[in-house]
Design a protein around this ligand. Structure first.
Ligand code: F6R
Length: 241
């Protein structure tokens, strides 16, 4: 694994955007795996800026997002589909038909999860997967567990994730209890993986994930075994590394 040490969130975002931009320049019809949350927002702003400046062309890029809450319609302002339109897709020249987020409202969870894995396979796999790091070590919504989950599946969110995400909802009761997420196999099969992490609050999780044992109790720890994994983090998050 490669670690890029950034001074702060802004530098982290620029460095991550450099890596994504290089991927798009190298392969203009690449498949990007994308994440939501506060960590990649600055990276997306940087990509929007470069696209507007004419330095980066997304017209042939395809995207697959990691996850979505169960029960939220894509028009709901806390759905991940909405987040992606609001933070990235509406501001770059990507074809909306080439953007994908698992459906949180498709009635049959198993059918939806299989459809999503089949879509990733039909795209030829993911060229570069962008990730954030959950405070409990989750990636996507792969929560700490006894085994690493494989493909896209429906999960029950842990209390710690519900607490971490309640900041986006009016009341904690409004945070959905279930989500659909790519599995660890989907993430590990991406040809390159890029994680952005910022802030002292994540420092202990970064230490556990990347200097501790590989264990499904800390799902991100599996990335130690990925052949092309880059962690871009600020100094605060890398405090124990
Ligand atoms: C988001 C996702 C999550 C987040 C993680 C960190 O699509 O899959 O794993 O990356 O919860 O969230 P932030 O960046 O808000 O701290």
């Amino acid at each position: 694994m490669r670690i890029i040490r950034a001074k702060d969130y802004e530098e982290m975002s620029r460095r991550a955007a450099d890596i994504i931009a290089a991927q798009v320049l190298l392969k203009p019809d690449c498949v990007l795996g994308l994440a939501t949350g506060s960590s990649p927002v600055g990276t997306y702003q940087e990509l929007v800026r470069r696209n507007a400046a004419g330095d980066l062309d997304f017209s042939r890029v395809k995207s697959v997002n990691l996850d979505e809450y169960v029960g939220l319609d894509p028009s709901h302002d806390q759905s991940y589909a909405y987040f992606m339109r609001h933070n990235l897709f509406d501001h770059i020249n990507i074809d909306p038909k080439n953007t994908n987020v698992p459906s949180g409202i498709a009635p049959d969870p198993e059918a939806e999860c299989s459809r999503y894995d089949a879509l990733i396979a039909a795209y030829g796999g993911i060229d570069l997967q962008l990730l954030g790091l959950g405070p409990n070590g989750h990636i996507g919504f792969n929560e700490p567990a006894d085994v690493f989950p494989t493909g896209t599946h429906q999960v029950t969110l842990t209390d710690s994730t519900i607490q971490a995400n309640k900041r986006f909802f009016a009341r904690v009761e409004d945070v959905p209890r279930y989500a659909r997420t790519m599995g660890i196999r989907d993430i590990m099969q991406a040809r390159r993986v890029l994680m952005v992490v910022s802030g002292e609050g994540k420092a202990e999780t970064v230490r556990a994930a990347f200097t501790g044992p590989v264990t499904p109790r800390v799902p991100a720890s599996i990335l130690q075994l990925h052949p092309d994994f880059t962690l871009v983090a600020d100094e605060a998050a890398l405090r124990y590394i």
